[in-house]
Design a protein. Structure first.
Length: 588
């Protein structure tokens, strides 16, 4: 539900002045294709092994803008890949490196982003602008860096792939050579028993036991005890069930992270051998490519980064061997092209109540110090012109759904309004969700269109552990602004991750289409097709905290009065206030 907070985090704008000299060098002569090669990669989904900070996401390398860039973490190997959307014959790759370039790297293709074939390789790159004439075929293309040219990471202003969709390349040379990829390893730690130096279980972190780091639930965590465990050293270990070859360890830290720690392995849980060590831990998400063998794996922290203890949302061990338990499959991404799977067009006759097969009215007082009482559809009906009306009213007498105090007979609510949700009628994971809305807008009014994790009711899990996706929030005191924000255990309330969108006029003067495109890699929020805010999952995990949006959510519409963010109505507030909804649609 919309939370108490200050306006959403302003999107950071990065202005970079770059002088780029384009140098074209013919590296390999290839026969002419039947169709002229075209730029295939621009604007396509891009992912990377890491991002240095949130303002350098993978998407910036395929946006056609030489003033934006992707930049990786400062380690080897690192990669960036682009999904072309369909199999293509690849004839040319253009790399415009920032000063942090790859000295040794490969260009690779794949049909499925799992099995990779190298179509270009160098160990003597000089950076700058590189035009690589290549021959290969695949839906996915990536640059796989194995040696940096400096102490920094890998950074590309642009990563361009040219070719033709749906064709087969001429005789490929050199012979494709598969490249090892850690993604082929299995998750060995899921559901396995863990132990720790201490654990926390109090009002600040209830049931924060070792098992919570191995449950693949990004909203639960292990933490050292607040009474005895905020000391050095602190550790957590997992029993993989049998000897395993350890290839990768993924740590998703809470803000209470380790500055200095080791990853250790053991055959018996007693004698430990370090396979990774650092004194400059960065917190957030750390993906550590390691080599070791053992049945037990331990994170052994020797220096805390904060006065608090050690805490991990996730501690994943990847490799071969062990006795892995197969975790439940993650939901598939939406189909391409998407199809309409659910909608309400609100075309009922004037006075018709919301469709009970699609919407449930929430009744009672609001949250976040809101002032209204939500009624049982007394404040919601069709206008007969194709819109749902959700009306906020100032009550002077009991009635219209506002209860009367049984002793005094007086009205027990000053304002009434409407809140509807689809829980128990329609929930979904991923897709495009959009609504055409004319928000209400006066001092002290707070209309919203948003999604809440279904486990809020399914499992009685508290907010913000269930996740919240605010597609549109509008506060009447800012008539020209709307906000999109996401909330999770590591970023919520005033610390939610979001941005405002501003127009010259008032949002309550006209209808606008508010939407989010949501899949396993991130979210993209728009107003009337204009981007408000983009969430890259990998960047979020590396800079803010866990992504908790891989499970079912339901839709909520509400028109609140008062609350911590908009403040209360005053003498300038006009009632009644109507939020009009033309339609709500979900595509998958």
């Amino acid at each position: 539900m919309p939370s108490s907070r200050s306006p959403g985090r302003q999107r950071l704008a990065l202005f970079v002045a770059a002088a780029v000299t384009l140098i074209t060098s013919c590296l390999v002569v290839v026969p002419a294709m039947a169709a002229a090669p075209v730029l295939l990669s621009q604007g396509k989904p891009a992912t990377a092994s890491s991002s240095e900070v949130a303002v350098f996401p993978a998407s910036s390398a395929v946006d056609g803008n030489l003033g934006t860039r992707w930049s990786s973490a400062f380690s080897d190997p690192q990669w960036i890949q682009v999904d072309l959307g369909a199999t293509a014959a690849i004839t040319q790759v253009v790399l415009n490196w920032e000063s942090a370039y790859g000295k040794a790297f490969q260009v690779q293709t794949s049909p499925d982003a799992t099995t990779w074939t190298s179509i270009y390789s160098t160990t003597t790159s000089t950076g700058g602008a590189q035009t690589l004439n290549v021959t290969g075929s695949g839906r996915y293309v990536r640059v796989y860096g194995t040696q940096r040219s400096s102490q920094w990471g890998y950074s590309l202003w642009e990563f361009q792939v040219f070719g033709t969709i749906g064709t087969t390349p001429p005789d490929p040379t050199p012979t494709p050579t598969p490249t090892p990829d850690p993604s082929g390893d299995k998750l060995l730690s899921y559901g396995k028993p863990g132990s720790a130096s201490t654990s926390q279980n109090d009002q600040n972190c209830g049931n924060c036991l070792p098992a919570r780091a191995f449950d693949r639930d990004p909203a639960t965590r292990w933490a050292t005890s607040s009474t005895t465990g905020w000391v050095d050293p602190g550790w957590i270990s997992v029993d993989l069930g049998a000897t395993a070859q350890i290839k990768k360890v993924v740590l998703q830290w809470d803000p209470a992270y380790a500055k200095a720690f080791q990853i250790q392995v053991s055959p018996d849980g007693n004698a430990w051998t370090p396979i990774y060590s650092t004194t400059t831990g960065t917190g957030f998400k750390q993906t550590l490519n390691v080599t070791g063998s053992g049945r037990y794996v331990r994170m052994y922290g020797t220096q805390r980064a904060t006065p608090y203890g050690y805490s991990l949302w996730e501690f994943q061990v990847w490799g071969t061997g062990g006795a892995p338990i197969t975790p439940p499959p993650l939901p598939p991404d939406p189909a391409v092209p998407p199809r309409l799977v659910w909608s309400d067009e609100f075309n009922g006759a004037a006075g018709t109540k919301p469709d009970a097969a699609k919407w449930k009215p929430e009744t009672g007082p609001g949250v976040n110090n809101e002032l209204q009482y939500y009624t049982n559809n007394d404040n919601a009906s069709m206008d007969g012109a194709g819109s749902l009306v959700m009306e906020a009213r100032k009550q002077v007498t009991a009635g219209s759904g506002c209860p009367r105090d049984p002793l005094s007979g007086s009205t027990t609510c000053q304002y009434t309004s409407s809140r509807l949700n689809t829980y128990g009628k329609f929930t979904f994971t991923y897709g495009r969700v959009e609504a055409r809305i004319k928000p209400s807008g006066t001092k002290g009014i707070w209309p919203a269109f948003w999604l809440l994790g279904a486990d809020f009711f399914d499992q009685n899990r508290p907010w913000p552990y269930v996740g919240e996706i605010d597609i549109m929030e509008h506060v009447g005191k800012e008539p020209h602004n709307v906000y999109s924000t996401i909330h999770a255990p590591a970023y919520f309330g005033g610390g939610g991750f979001g941005s405002p969108y501003t127009i010259a006029g008032n949002f309550n003067d006209a209808f606008h289409v508010f939407a989010v495109d949501w899949n396993s890699k991130g979210m993209r929020f728009t107003v009337d097709g204009n981007l408000i805010h983009e969430v890259n999952r990998e960047t979020l995990e590396a800079t803010r905290g866990p992504w908790v949006f891989d499970h079912p959510f339901f839709i909520i519409l509400n028109n609140a009065v008062g609350g911590d963010w908009p403040g209360p109505p005053d003498a300038t507030t006009v009632f009644p206030q109507r939020m009009l909804v033309d339609y709500v649609r979900v595509y998958q």
